[in-house]
Design a protein around this ligand. Structure first.
Ligand SMILES: Nc1ncnc2c1ncn2[C@@H]1O[C@H](COP(=O)(O)OP(=O)(O)OP(=O)(O)O)[C@@H](O)[C@H]1O
Ligand SMILES: [Mg+2]
Length: 307
């Protein structure tokens, strides 16, 4: 499924004041579920009339939502408004100069687009959609305090997710095969663009047994390095391993990582490995000795904890 990005379609209509207004709404969503019109006007340092007029346009473009049955007129930022703010920030920092309007990847919890840098290099830009498509279950993995909160802001969660993924890529990119991170802003991570296919897209006949063996070996070798370093992916599967045109593999999609000192680290590590080995067995009939592999990985995990 290829869908257009709404923020990008309306982006050319947006003026400086619109970004000022969107930022005022964003900032105040920490304090209000629906940010009062007066507060937005004060933060944007604008007259009520002109703020109200621009907010009407922003509402038509679906960048904000308006509500008036709460005793006052209030606004919320939508994910599209948040997208627009992130695109603008990345452009101003000189990270991107343009974004293509077609998606290259649709994950469970993110949309990925190709962007151009000011030097005309192509990079990948991943927009988190976590609060919108999921029930926050995965976020609880690493932020226990969320569990008790009744009102969890998707804005806050999706930003946290991007920050975490950027952090994982930053830690890992010098020691293992993961995409190189470039920047993060709000709910968005910019990273190296990978040319290749996810292993899940390959049919069993696309790889010879020998090739599949070699790929599995290199995934295990990479993952062992990462575990030794102290990090567990916790969503490893054929969806998150990319086979490059060069024949190399990369492990992607890191926001849900945990460290090896996390209480349930061993459980997630075991699950990752079982998913990986089971998929290779089902698809390419490769059987590995579970006991040997598990022993090696537990050793790697304990080594990471000693350092
Ligand atoms: N750096 C990249 N270069 C090229 N394509 C990418 C890149 N990162 C992701 N993709 C594509 O986008 C898809 C979705 O990305 P990714 O797996 O990171 O997110 P996700 O599955 O939504 O998961 P999550 O929400 O857990 O981060 C990938 O399966 C892949 O096809
Ligand atoms: Mg994925």
């Amino acid at each position: 499924m290829v869908s257009k990005m709404l923020a990008l379609e309306v982006y050319p209509n947006l003026k400086d004041v619109d970004f000022k207004i969107l930022r005022a709404v964003e900032l105040n969503m920490r304090y209000y579920e629906w940010v009062p019109l007066e507060v937005i006007a004060r933060f944007a340092r604008m007259e009520l009339d002109s703020v109200s007029h621009r907010l009407g346009k922003l509402d038509n473009w679906s960048l904000v939502i308006r509500r008036s049955d709460i005793g006052y007129i209030g606004y919320q930022l939508t994910i599209h408004g948040y997208d627009a703010l992130a695109i603008r920030a990345l452009a101003r920092k000189g990270i991107i100069r343009g974004l293509s309007s077609t998606q290259i990847g649709v994950g469970k919890e993110a949309d990925v687009y190709v962007a151009l840098t000011p030097q005309d290099e192509r990079i990948a830009v991943k927009f988190n959609r976590i609060g919108l498509r999921t029930s926050f279950t995965r976020i609880k993995l690493y932020r226990r305090e969320f569990i008790d909160k009744r009102h969890i802001s998707w804005l806050y969660v999706s930003r946290l997710v991007a920050e975490r993924e950027y952090e994982a890529l930053r830690l890992l990119s010098s020691i293992a095969k993961v995409p190189k991170p470039i920047a993060w802003n709000r709910h968005v991570v910019a990273m190296e663009l990978i040319d290749g296919v996810e292993l899940v897209e390959l049919r069993d006949s696309d790889l010879s047994r020998g090739e599949a063996e070699r790929i599995l070996d290199s995934v295990l070798e990479e993952y062992k390095k990462i575990v030794k370093f102290g990090i567990i992916h916790s969503d490893l599967s054929l969806y998150n391993i990319v086979l490059r045109n060069s024949g190399d593999i990369l492990i992607i999609d890191w926001p849900q990582y945990v460290t090896t000192s996390f209480p349930q680290a061993e459980y997630y590590l075991e699950r990752d490995l079982r998913v990986l080995l089971n998929s290779f067995e089902r698809k390419w009939r490769i059987k590995r000795n579970w006991g040997t592999i598990w022993e090696e990985f537990r050793k790697a995990m304990h080594e990471s904890l000693r350092e």
